[in-house]
Design a protein around this ligand. Sequence first.
Ligand code: HEM
Ligand code: HEM
Length: 440
Amino acid sequence: MDKKRNKYIFNRLVFHFRPQNVPESNLIFNHTWGLGGISATLVILLFITGILLQFVYEPLPGNAYDSIVYLQNDVLFGRLIRNIHHWSANILVLAAFLHMMRVYFTGGFHHPRRFNWIIGLFLFFLVLISNFTGYLLPWDQLGFWAVTICTGMVEYIPLFGSWLLKIITGGSETGSPSILFFFTIHTSVIPVFLITIMMFHFWHVRKAGGIVSPVSLRKESWEENSGGKDNNTKTVQHLIVRELVVALVLIAFIMVFSILFDVPLQEKANPGLSPNPAKAPWYFMGIQEIFLHFHPLFTVFIIPVIFTSVLIFLPYIKYDSDVSGAWFFSRKGRKMGVVACVTAIFVTPLAVIYDEFFVDLNSLIPQLPEIINTGLFPVFIIIAAITIFYIWIKNRYSASNNETIQAVFILLSVSFVILTITGVWFRGSGMALAWPFTVL
Ligand code: HEM
Ligand code: HEM
């Protein structure tokens, strides 16, 4: 009797945020790889461990570092809690990025999910800012200088740059007001936004009738398939159980990982002694790598604005056909994706090496200002190269614009990943190119 009652209460609880039945296609693991659920589980882990850390952590430059040392050495499970918080945060960046890729490559961003794509982008932004604001809190050399490098870039934003820098740092450099500002943003402002917007994100998934169905199960006909049936299935018995399994496996993995690998803690921050090289956190290394090649105005403002606008408007472009639900749209789309990926793998490192050793963009045309030589001119070349690639691959494969836009998306994403890898592993002293794994 009690068991029945417990089950009833559990089900009622679940039905507050999930429907009683979901389409069978929502259960296919390799359609989503559980990445949205994995991201959500990581956020919950971060909240629990973050609150625990707050019992010991002191957000003042004089105390922050010592409170972390105390946490690690004298508090029961203190080191483990810090490790779980740190690794979950880093894995979250990866999981959210892969989730975004999954959504894009299964066409989950078309109508009626267009606005949810934009909400997702905002969530990704919040995840990055959470990570970034957390990075400063241990107040060691690593976090201090990584944050100093990034806040230094903010100054180049036109009109608002120095104002923004003042707000972030409380002055002109990283110091006592910065740690309090970062702490408040990290532990109060972002968590509230993150939870609220996550709820909105989930509500939109439900409003769209669950996740996008694989093409083979869609009721409308499609070029290779017509009229597969997407039956409904009971949420608790099938979906919730699967989600719980994925969450438990993830938590077990993070526990083991956190027991085996300690989070680094360097010496206490010394504002007078910059490490060499001084690097941004790994998820911003792609931007720091671009910074090494382009004019700062282009790196911190024009390129990010173009890139973010493209991501925001991606769902609103007029596509040739609606093929949401099919991985990579079609077989041809997959083939073109491979071509784009291979092109990025070859061309990006070559461009980095060429700029590093063979050309000095600064003195390309000495009479012209730096902003043209290292900004306008190379950006124009890149946009022209992307346009040529677009036209070439579209004609070569007689492709639809869905498939061609996807190929360009892959080209740019893989290039950005390669720039990040270059920055993290192939930059040594003075940020010069160096053979791998020199300094992290
Ligand atoms: C998406 C959510 C979050 C992310 C991505 C995140 C990320 C991080 C990162 C990367 C660090 C630095 C860890 C280190 O290297 O030591 C950190 C530290 C910290 N976080 Fe979070 N965090 C999140 C949520 C929270 C929440 C909700 C709280 C508390 C309410 C919190 C409290 C703290 C505290 C007190 C520290 C300093 C202790 C330390 O550095 O070990 N975090 N966070
Ligand atoms: C904290 C970060 C995020 C969390 C916790 C989260 C969570 C989820 C979950 C649980 C789903 C249901 C399907 C699934 O598991 O794949 C989902 C779907 C979706 N997410 Fe996210 N998400 C996050 C970030 C993002 C990002 C960065 C994007 C894209 C820019 C995005 C766009 C979408 C879209 C469009 C859907 C509907 C896709 C479909 O119907 O197949 N989300 N999200």
